[in-house]
Design a binder for this molecule. Structure first.
Ligand SMILES: [Cu+2]
Length: 123
C-alpha cells in the first residue's frame, strides 16, 4: 500500500517528467515587436497552397515553428510560411517572381542559432 508521501513523490516525479518533455521554454520567443515588413506580409500557408515543402527536423513546439517561420519569412519573395512541428515540415508560398532557391530556404532554417533545425527538400 502506498503511503501518502510515496504517492506525492510519484506525482512530483510525473509533473517533473512532463515539464521536462514539454520543456522548450528557452526556445519560446520573447515577445519582441514584430518586424513590420516581414510580419505584415507573410501569412500562414496550408499544405495545399504551398509552392515549396521542406522537411524540417528538430522542431518540438510552436516556439520552434515561430523560429523557422521567421527565418523563412525574412527571405525575399516569400509570401507565406507555416512550419509544423507535428508534420516536421515547413509549407512555403512564394511570389510568382521569387528567385529564392531551395538551397537558400534550407540554409536559412539551418542557420537558426543553436543548430536546432535541419531542413531538406521534400518536393
Ligand atoms: Cu520548441
Amino acid at each position: 500500500m502506498l503511503t501518502t508521501l510515496t504517492r506525492l513523490s510519484f506525482v512530483v516525479l510525473l509533473i517533473t517528467a512532463t515539464l521536462a518533455l514539454n520543456g522548450c521554454k528557452k526556445e519560446e520567443p520573447k515577445p519582441e515587436p514584430p518586424k513590420p515588413a516581414a510580419a505584415a506580409a507573410v501569412h500562414p500557408v496550408s499544405a495545399d497552397e504551398a509552392d515549396k515543402v521542406l522537411i524540417v527536423t528538430g522542431m518540438t513546439c510552436s516556439g520552434c515553428e515561430g523560429s523557422v517561420n521567421r527565418a523563412i519569412a525574412a527571405l525575399p519573395g516569400v509570401e507565406g510560411v507555416s512550419a509544423s512541428h507535428v508534420d516536421k515540415k515547413a509549407y512555403i508560398k512564394l511570389a510568382a517572381d521569387a528567385s529564392v532557391t531551395d538551397e537558400q530556404l534550407i540554409a536559412a532554417i539551418n542557420a537558426v542559432p543553436g543548430d536546432r533545425f535541419k531542413a531538406s527538400a521534400a518536393n
